[in-house]
Design a binder for this molecule. Structure first.
Ligand SMILES: Cc1cc2nc3c(=O)[nH]c(=O)nc-3n(C[C@H](O)[C@H](O)[C@H](O)COP(=O)(O)OP(=O)(O)OC[C@H]3O[C@@H](n4cnc5c(N)ncnc54)[C@H](O)[C@@H]3O)c2cc1C
Length: 415
């Protein structure tokens, strides 16, 4: 069994650590924070096979340009002369076509399905300490054009054996008896599930400690030692850690980390916001994506989270309260009698989606090193793909045949 070093303690790193330790490897996870906050905590909590269409798809460029003209739209790119951004933009543009989409959907669907099924296993293995509910997710719309698009998507889902239910406004309302829902209709994806991502992170952390994995927290990775074609150790501000297998799962900071190994990964951080309202007297029963506004609504027990926006503005940009206001406004527009007040700026959470230019993750070995595995770029699907990614990474380092074909996730596909 191998001595495995995992860089990064987001949901991807924790799931890689979980499956590797479970298989009998000796895992040390190195994280510069304390596994209490970050992108894997404040997200919308969906584990959603319904999202089988990758971000780079036909029509997205035109839609993006249209959105960019409005300060309250769900998408924004901060204009700047930055080589990485230009490289990412050009690669994204090249990928956003029908042919690439048709190539990528089966890969994404396969890992989504794998991950979804492992998520239920995790609930059974670890206990449901993370409010997981397996009741599906609504795609709700007000606009006739959106309705048409969503019904077409539901047909594409059927071709992948994903069940959907197309619902009228009255049917949606009947399923949400506690709050008024103002929509034209919706599509329910019963296979989707949702959970409290922060509670899930803590459950994984506790399980890892119980299983004997070592969590090296508050420790910043600053370099690597190499010998021949192997990475032999990770150098941190708390000393050096030696390992047989190295896994890099540092989310939106992956390019900075791989840079130190002479590996270039094309990625941008997609900033998003969420707001959580605790102890709701009358809450939603179903999670829902408000498709016209790209807003996610998630009931988490008695709490309600709303989130959205995709801002490509670097890793240290200020919180744009206006965009959080748009999320809130959309929520009230769909659910007019929700008992919520717009929170103060200090209550607006933000996180960074690690965006690959085609919307597929990077999972696999890099040809430069025999013992290095990369697990990143999960974009808006990090939680949805975490269990599957963890399992695949364990299979890679254990030299097994992966559960699904990982060719589409090749970490060198844009080289
Ligand atoms: C508003 C919003 C809503 C979302 N909703 C959903 C959803 O409903 N479903 C879904 O599937 N996904 C969702 N996502 C996306 C999901 O949150 C991310 O894809 C996922 O959290 C990425 O996980 P990660 O482990 O790759 O990265 P992270 O969670 O960012 O973890 C990376 C870790 O690496 C650490 N690190 C970085 N550099 C170093 C270093 N040098 N040394 C040590 N440690 C380092 C960081 O501290 C960090 O903890 C959402 C995202 C946002 C912003």
């Amino acid at each position: 069994m191998a001595k495995v070093l995992i860089a990064g303690g987001g949901v991807i790193g924790l799931c890689c650590a979980y499956y590797a330790q479970k298989e009998g490897h000796d895992v040390t996870l190195i994280e510069r924070g304390d596994i209490q906050s970050g992108t894997s905590f404040g997200n919308a909590g969906y584990v959603s096979p319904s999202h089988f269409v990758p971000l780079a798809s036909p029509g997205i460029i035109a839609k993006g340009l249209q959105w960019m003209l409005s300060s309250s739209s769900p998408f924004y790119i901060k204009p700047r002369l930055n080589l990485e951004l230009i490289k990412w933009g050009l690669t994204f543009w090249k990928q956003a076509n029908k042919q690439t989409l048709e190539h990528n959907v089966p890969y994404l669907n396969a890992i989504l399905q794998l991950s979804r099924s492992l998520q239920t296993d995790l609930k059974n293995e670890l206990g449901n300490h993370f409010r997981m509910e397996e009741i599906g997710c609504f795609m709700l719309y007000k606009n006739p054009g959106t309705e048409k698009h969503e019904i077409e998507l539901a047909k594409e889902a059927a071709a992948l054996n994903i069940e959907t239910k197309i619902l009228s406004a009255q049917e949606v309302q009947a399923m949400e008896p506690d709050v008024e829902v103002k929509v034209r209709g919706g599509v329910l994806y019963p296979i989707d599930c949702h959970l409290h991502p922060g509670d899930f992170m803590h459950t994984l952390r506790d399980a890892l400690l119980q299983m004997g994995a070592k969590l090296q927290l508050n420790t910043n990775i600053i370099g690597f030692e190499k010998k021949g074609n192997r990475v032999t150790s990770i150098i941190t501000d708390k000393g050096k850690f030696e390992g047989d297998e190295i896994v890099l799962a540092t989310g939106s900071w992956l390019p900075m980390v791989t840079d130190q190994l002479g590996i270039q990964i094309i990625m941008q951080a997609g900033k998003g916001y969420s707001m959580t309202f605790n102890n709701m007297q009358r809450n939603l029963r179903y999670p829902a994506i408000l498709v016209d506004d790209r807003v996610a609504m998630t009931p988490m027990g008695k709490d309600l989270r709303m989130g959205g926006t995709m801002e490509i503005s670097g890793l240290n940009s200020p919180t744009l309260v206006k965009r959080a206001e748009s999320i809130f406004r959309a929520a009230k527009n769909y659910y007019p009698d929700l008992q919520v007040q717009f929170p103060g700026p200090d209550k607006i959470w933000h996180g960074y989606r690690p965006l690959s230019p085609d919307g597929l993750p990077y999972i696999g070995r890099h040809s430069k090193y025999a013992n290095l595995t990369i697990a990143g770029g999960h974009a808006m699907l990090g939680l949805s793909l975490a269990a599957g990614t963890g399992k695949l990474v364990e299979e890679i380092i254990s030299h097994k045949t992966p559960s699904v074909d990982i060719a589409g996730f090749n970490v060198e596909r844009f080289d």
